[in-house]
Structures are given as C-alpha cells and as structure tokens.
Design a protein around this ligand. Structure first.
Ligand SMILES: [Zn+2]
Ligand SMILES: [Zn+2]
Length: 245
C-alpha cells in the first residue's frame, strides 16, 4: 500500500533553464499534499487545480529559488476559489510571514521555527543548523511507516548534527549544489560527495540529490555521491517516487 508518493517539480538553482525549474517537491499522503519549497517555475509541473486543494506549502528559507513561484500559486488559488472550485485555503508555512505574504491569495500563513507541527497524521519537524548563512530549515516528515528528510540548503560546517537529524530516514532528499571539480570554497552549500557521506553515516535507505547547477549534467553529481552511497538517485522534473507502508 502506498504511504507517500513524491513528485519532483523542480531540481535546479538559482535559475530555471529549459525544462528545469528551481526547487520544489510535492508529497502526496492520504488526502494531504505537502509542497516542500516552491521555487521559480514549479507551477508548470503542478496539476492545476487539483494540487491546490488541501495543499500545505513549506518554505524552508527565504532565498527566491525556494519560493519564487508562491505568488503564482496564490493567484491561481484565489481565482479557482472565486470560480467555486477550491474549498480549502492553502496553508503556507514560512520562516517569516511578512516577507512572503501576497495581497492576492487564498492562503493562511504560519511561522515556522525549530520545533514541530502536525499535518493530518504526519509529524513534521524543523531544524536549522545555522550552516547556510540565513535561517534555513531542514524538514523531517514522519508517518507511522516512513521518515523523509529534506535538507533544503545547508552548508558543510556542521555535518555531525545533519547526520544525527537524518539518521535512519527511509528517504533523504539532500542538496547537492557543488562538485569537487568546481574547485569551490563555498561552505554554505554541499558537494555531491558530502551528500553521499551524510547518507552513508546516517544509514538512510535511499538518497535523492537535488539543487543542481542548471547547466551541469546531473550524472556528474550522481557519480560523485555514489562513491560513498550506492543507493543514490538524482531529482529530475516530473520523476515520481513511492514509499510503501
Ligand atoms: Zn539558499
Ligand atoms: Zn537554494
């Protein structure tokens, strides 16, 4: 029996390119929908208006590649509500309500901090390990049978607690912005091999890489991470994953 269905709406940063959108992951569980981040372009891969009903949007942090399409979704919800199609307001969970609120919307806003909320029978926790340069939350979604962790954007300065937070997850969706060959000294994002190392040390079941440079072949990230963790895959627009009960 299906517990979670996960659909990738976007996988790159910081700009949309051809058929690639900025980051967004739609999670279906019972009659609930949880959209983890809604970067530029993700609306193109949503099923409109169906996906707007019972929709919870969680914005991990306030970089535009993670919420650039919120206005688009809010406007769609506003119009479909006026048509009588949409019955339930969208719930938007965000680190700061004032920064993302649109005047045209059919949404309720809630502030997130380190801590937990419930959506239906799901327990959802947030944890900022202060490694991305701004307030940025890792998100853990737990049902009775599965645990999904989405790191959002994190740096490599505090990996011990990332490993601890991800420990034992069935699915780890981890940012993978950099390659060793980029020769980058940036410490507010992860390399693909670091995502692989985290997955290995946290003993997760599977690893899904995301948040790629739009012009780079995703197979490069896959190969780098697989050196440390074999059960790795890459996020691709419209790809679906299933977690069973
Ligand atoms: Zn960011
Ligand atoms: Zn980002």
């Amino acid at each position: 029996m299906i517990d979670f269905e996960i659909k990738i709406l976007g996988s790159v940063s910081p700009f949309c390119y051809k058929n690639k959108n900025c980051v967004g992951i739609m999670i279906y569980h019972n009659n609930q929908k949880i959209l983890l981040d809604c970067g530029n372009g993700v609306t193109r891969n949503m099923v409109i208006p169906n996906d707007l009903e019972n929709l919870n949007i969680i914005i991990s942090h306030l970089h535009k590649d993670h919420y650039g399409d919120l206005s688009s979704i809010n406007y769609a919800a506003y119009v479909f509500h006026n048509y009588g199609v949409l019955k339930n307001k969208i719930k938007v969970y965000t680190p700061s309500i004032n920064s993302v609120q649109d005047c045209i919307n059919y949404s309720n806003y809630y502030e997130i901090k380190n801590g937990e909320i419930c959506i239906g029978d799901l327990k959802i926790t947030f944890y900022d390990n202060n490694s991305h340069g701004i307030e940025s939350y890792m998100i853990k979604i737990e049902s009775e049978d599965n645990v999904i962790v989405y790191t959002s954007d994190i740096g490599n300065t505090n990996l011990e607690d990332v490993v601890k937070y991800c420990s034992g997850a069935n699915l780890l969706i981890c940012e993978s912005s950099l390659l060793i060959t980029d020769n980058s000294k940036l410490n507010t994002h992860l390399h693909a091999y670091e995502a692989g190392l985290i997955a290995k040390r946290a003993k997760v079941s599977s690893l899904l890489l995301t948040h790629f440079w739009p012009l780079t072949d995703k197979n490069n990230y896959l190969a780098e991470a697989k050196q440390y963790f074999y059960n790795t895959d890459v996020a691709v627009e419209n790809k679906r994953l299933i977690l069973r009960r």
